[in-house]
Design a protein around this ligand. Structure first.
Ligand code: PLP
Length: 232
């Protein structure tokens, strides 16, 4: 629906199911229904689920939440994708750990498009300089940008966050060094994925609209925040 309204081909938009708080038994059902990749906010939770489902080697894991440097080693061990890169120290640690595991990782740079002080991600005006440094980390395959919009039921507040990410991606495409890809726009969740698709999302990260409402408050996943409004 959203693709049609935006005149976009649904094949251009990847749906990343987000499985935080959803127990392993239910994720096995999702696998049986054809799901082959899951997104998790916290690496500890993802790591435990990965271990519990190691009998399903074609089930892949994407880490989409803020990561402390001292947990980089876990991501390097099993994830195929990390969407919340926002500092060079973490890039360096991930790269080192990936080298020793003999693995590579797709990454998106997280951008704070809402200007809220408590949100993770780089301010948009620091993105260009940051991206210029990334070729030094040869195990990181830079794919594009990720953001969380302001949590609001008002599309007029949400949409500009997505538009800002798209404009930044378009600009970085011109300046990004060789080896840095700027195709991906990971934006949109259960409450706002339709707007994100209209604004050019290539990946939408959807949890509650697939797996049902969570009982945990959103402040567990994002610093000091009100609810994104859940499933509208
Ligand atoms: C949980 C989460 C999502 C999905 O949110 P839903 O409201 O469950 O769709 C998207 N992105 C990130 C970073 C998340 O932590």
């Amino acid at each position: 629906m959203a693709c049609k309204r935006a005149g976009r081909d649904p094949a251009e938009v990847r749906l990343l199911p987000v499985s935080k708080t959803v127990p392993v038994e239910r994720l096995r059902n999702a696998y049986a229904a054809g799901c082959r990749i899951l997104g998790e906010n916290k690496v500890q939770e993802a790591y435990g689920k990965w271990q519990a489902m190691e009998d399903l080697p074609d089930l892949k894991w994407a880490i989409i939440g803020h990561l402390q440097t001292n947990k980089a080693k876990y991501v390097a061990r099993f994830a195929i994708e990390f969407q919340a890169l926002d500092n060079l120290r973490l890039a360096g640690m991930l790269d080192r750990r990936l080298q020793s595991e003999g693995r590579a990782l797709d990454v998106c740079v997280q951008i704070n498009t809402s200007g809220e002080a408590q949100k993770y991600g780089l301010p948009p005006d620091e993105a260009e300089a940051f991206v210029t440094e990334l070729p030094a980390f040869s195990s990181l395959r830079v794919r594009g940008l990720m953001t969380l919009a302001v949590f609001s039921a008002n599309p007029e507040r949400v949409r500009p966050c997505f538009a800002r990410l798209r404009e930044l991606r378009n600009r970085l495409r011109q300046t990004a060094p060789d080896g840095v890809e700027m195709a991906e726009l990971s934006m949109g969740m259960s409450g706002d994925f339709e707007l994100a698709i209209e604004e050019g999302a290539t990946t939408v990260r959807v949890g509650q609209a697939i797996f049902g409402a969570r009982n945990t408050p959103d402040s567990v996943w994002w610093p000091g925040n009100a609810s994104p409004g859940g499933v509208r």
